[in-house]
Write a protein that binds this ligand. Structure first.
Ligand code: MN
Ligand code: MN
Length: 464
């Protein structure tokens, strides 16, 4: 083959020395992270636990200890935002105002949130009403075991943590579907119409309290159980965030165990890569490395914990020594918007354009642009940025591939990239190619997860 021809390789065909083994052990750590992180709150809690194990301290403590010097090179700090987003940094040899290298991932995933008044009974059964979060295909969320995770904030200031449905001896919950025998009318509907949001009601109990003459006795029975176990009453749901997610652990998939089937690869595969790369930094990098674990990406990155929030400016100001330096810092910064992309699926070849589709096991997927239609809504990284990444990845043994989100005019999507780029930060999208993205169980290749970690490590450590 002519040297002029570009051909992207399957990593299995040319793995670096020891890389396949390293990818396997990386995957074990990643699966543990997934199992501990079924929600954004849990992901932040687990990230902090791991960060503290690696010597990171809350930013308030670090500032006090380092006094006038503020943060010494190599200082490891973190700052949680409302328990649902997290910033971490390893201070570089250059002061942070000279620019930072950022990896920004998100830790929220599509799911069924409970409504604020979720509990009702019908047909001698008790249910929770839900309001789905993020882009789901509703038919995928029926007849599978669901676990409930989240918090109930009470007026006395206490917060009750809830996680039920993950352990073998705990009950699970589910949304019912119609039996095919009576599905004649349902079958005539389109996929998008066959299930409505208001039908995604979770069955939670069938045993009544009291006697036949009592009212609301199925609802009451559930409330009695919740009161005994969690000390909450129905009114407390008003200030609760409870999320129904697929119950169960991340599993190896395929005879060769080359894949991981799990809930929430989008975007915890990149969140874990961004974290792990930060933990594995050897001393102070040249420029300060910043890891952003954002919330609310799946619903538009709005709010305090989303990546549009000025809380990021506030955090950078803490690093640079003031807001005056923050914009200048952004100008000299780089951000990889670490988010998943879609992997080519031969079951659905028509939505992809083969020359520009990510393949499983071909490494980290880089997207120069996202958006839809004529690249609408994309920050579109510059050619120079891509060239720099090509060089950086080549020098650091990072297997990667260029990709785009499906055929032209097939659909589209976005990430946090544009919100970072709009700050004046040079930004590009890159992350793990995923099969069945946004399904309750998504699949990703271990090699691609590992290569994404390597790619982010290169960006933290050696970029610019
Ligand atoms: Mn994502
Ligand atoms: Mn997503």
């Amino acid at each position: 083959m002519s040297e002029l021809i570009y051909k992207n390789k399957n990593v299995f065909d040319a793995p670096g020395e020891g890389e396949l083994e390293k990818a396997q052990s990386y995957a074990e750590g990643y699966k543990s992270f997934l199992d501990a992180s079924k929600t954004e709150r849990e992901a932040v809690r687990e990230a902090i636990r791991l960060a503290e194990e690696h010597g990171f301290v809350p930013i308030t403590d670090a500032a006090r200890h380092d006094g006038a010097a503020r943060f010494a090179p190599g200082a490891k700090i973190y700052k949680p935002i409302g328990g649902k987003a997290l910033f971490l940094a390893v201070i570089g040899k250059l002061p942070p105002r000279e620019g930072v290298n950022i990896a920004g991932a998100h830790v929220d995933s599509p799911r069924l949130d409970l409504k604020q008044l979720p509990l009702y009974e019908d047909g001698e059964m008790a249910f929770f009403k839900t309001h789905y979060y993020g882009g789901i295909k509703k038919y995928q969320w029926v007849t599978l075991p669901l676990a409930l995770h989240g918090v109930v904030a009470k007026t006395d200031g206490s917060v009750v943590d809830i996680s039920i449905g993950e352990q073998e001896d705990e009950p699970v919950f589910f949304v019912s579907d119609l039996l095919p025998h009576l599905g004649r009318e349902q079958n005539k509907k389109t996929l998008g119409e066959a299930f409505t949001g208001e039908q995604l009601n979770i069955l939670i109990g069938t045993k009544p309290a009291g006697g036949e003459k009592d009212t609301d006795r199925f609802k009451t029975a559930v409330l009695e159980l919740l009161s005994a176990k969690y000390g909450i009453a129905e009114e407390d749901f008003l200030s609760a965030e409870l999320e129904a997610v697929p119950a169960g652990r991340a599993r190896d998939a395929g005879f060769d165990k080359s894949l991981i089937l799990a809930y929430g690869h989008d975007d915890r595969s990149c969140a874990y890569a961004a974290l792990k790369a930060m933990f594995d930094l050897d001393g102070a990098p040249e420029k300060t490395a910043v890891c952003v674990l954002a919330d609310k990406e799946e619903i538009g990155s709005e709010g305090v914990t989303g990546s549009k929030s000025q809380i990021f400016e506030s955090f950078i100001a803490e690093l640079t020594g003031g807001v005056d330096f923050t914009l200048k810092c952004f100008e000299n910064s780089f951000c990889v918007s670490a988010d998943v992309c879609n992997a080519f699926d031969p079951n659905f070849p028509d939505v992809s354009e083969k020359n520009n589709a990510a393949r499983l096991n071909h490494g980290m997927g880089v997207m120069k642009f996202t958006g839809s239609g004529g690249k609408s809504g994309s920050s579109d990284a510059s050619a120079e940025t891509v060239a720099r990444l090509r060089k950086l990845f080549a020098e650091n043994g990072v297997a990667w591939q260029m990709t785009e989100l499906g055929k032209v005019d097939q659909g589209g999507g976005g990430t946090i990239a544009k919100y970072m780029a709009n700050r004046g930060i040079e930004t590009i999208d890159a992350g793990v190619p995923v099969i069945s993205m946004h399904a309750p169980w998504e699949a990703a290749a271990k090699l691609d997860c590992y290569m994404t970690y390597k790619g982010i490590a290169a960006i933290y450590g050696k970029n610019r």
